[in-house]
Design a protein around this ligand. Structure first.
Ligand code: ASP
Length: 343
């Protein structure tokens, strides 16, 4: 009896127009714009409205790629480009400052169909680092390129190199000055950088952007892009460009993009750990995400969150901070936008 069903199903599908088959396949996308001390009291109604509108724009742009039959890779880069081009988020235009007052960005992308991946670390002159990470994945034999080598590769591929000053924003500079003053007061400057960082409020350590998507072909992709952490030492690389830490995707389990205190996400191999729990322990993405974010990271002081998607279109967005900028849309659910814990 059991054997009959697949045959009947395939006969049915064979006689259906492609649009109907398409409607049977789930499509979905989730995005984040960073996690941290994001409290309602710190927002004016106008500011909150503007953030929500940008998240909605980004998730819907990615979704519309999927709706037209586009790949999850295109959907992820489309959404991330919108967030990178906005000064609100810590990636691209809104990237934070390093301690020596420049911007160094990290990004990566991974395709769940074949576990292809690309990443760039410590780039200073790339307007949209996620696009360069994608180029590394699609047009190089390597997975990760850093600094000068990544930018030389970009130039060879016809990507425009931009002045680092285009990433300057007043609000990020003010944050840097605040952090430096705090470090000086604590006499931590030039001493123990790790201790200095530990003394900072979590809001200075987080704010990355990312997206995960499932396309009509059943393939998932994850991408992440960041300016890193305010006042980071130059040359510091976070979790965002590290496959397995800040980004991971495999059709056999799930796709994850992370945001949070990168050092912890690297040490606890967060994105890959979540997918391993799904694949080898049969956990749902919700169970696996909650376990890692709340039971593994929280007790050791690792703050942040992740967005997760699987090939059925299930999505989960756990975080252990006060808030996380986030949004989702699928063929069965309307656009959802959240900022605070109780959204
Ligand atoms: N994870 C990023 C980093 O450590 C920061 C963030 O998510 O805001 O570079």
């Amino acid at each position: 009896m059991n054997k009959v069903f697949p045959i009947i199903t395939s006969l049915l599908f064979a006689s259906l127009p492609s649009a109907v088959i398409a409607a049977e396949s789930p499509i979905a996308i989730a995005i984040h714009g960073g996690a941290g001390t994001i409290q309602k009291s710190r927002f004016t109604p106008e500011k909150e409205k503007a953030y929500r509108a940008k998240l909605k724009e980004a998730v819907e742009a990615g979704y519309s790629v999927l709706e037209k039959g586009g790949s999850s890779i295109d959907a992820v880069t489309t959404s991330i480009n919108i967030l990178e081009n906005s000064p609100f988020f810590n990636a691209g235009k809104g990237a934070v400052y390093t301690h020596n007052e420049i911007h160094e960005m990290d990004s990566s992308i991974m395709y769940g169909k074949n576990r292809q991946a690309g990443a760039v670390a410590g780039v200073k002159h790339i307007k949209n680092p996620i696009n360069l990470a994608r180029l590394v994945m699609e047009e190089s034999i390597h997975v990760m390129l850093s600094g000068e080598g990544a930018e030389k590769f970009a130039k060879n591929k016809g990507v425009e190199l931009v002045d680092n000053k285009i990433f300057n924003t007043e609000h990020r500079y003010k944050s840097l000055l605040k952090v430096k003053a705090k470090m000086k007061k604590a006499k931590l400057e030039n001493k123990d950088h790790q201790a200095a960082h530990n003394s900072l409020d979590v809001e200075y350590k987080v704010g990355t952007v990312g997206a995960v998507a499932l396309d009509i072909h059943g393939d998932i992709t994850s991408g992440t892009s960041t300016g890193g952490m305010t006042a980071k030492r130059f040359g510091r690389i976070g979790d965002a460009p590290i496959i397995g830490a800040g980004t991971f995707a495999d059709n056999n389990s799930c796709a994850v993009s992370a945001t949070g205190h990168g050092e912890y996400f690297i040490r606890y191999n967060v994105a890959a750990d979540i997918c391993a729990r799904v694949q080898y322990q049969g956990k749902t993405i919700e169970q696996a995400g909650n376990e890692v974010i709340h039971n593994v990271l929280m007790p050791v002081g690792g703050t942040g969150g992740v967005i997760i998607i699987d090939t059925k279109g299930n999505m989960s967005l756990p975080f252990n901070t006060k808030g996380m900028y986030r949004a989702t849309k699928s063929n069965t659910t309307a656009t959802y936008v959240g900022i605070f814990k109780d959204d």
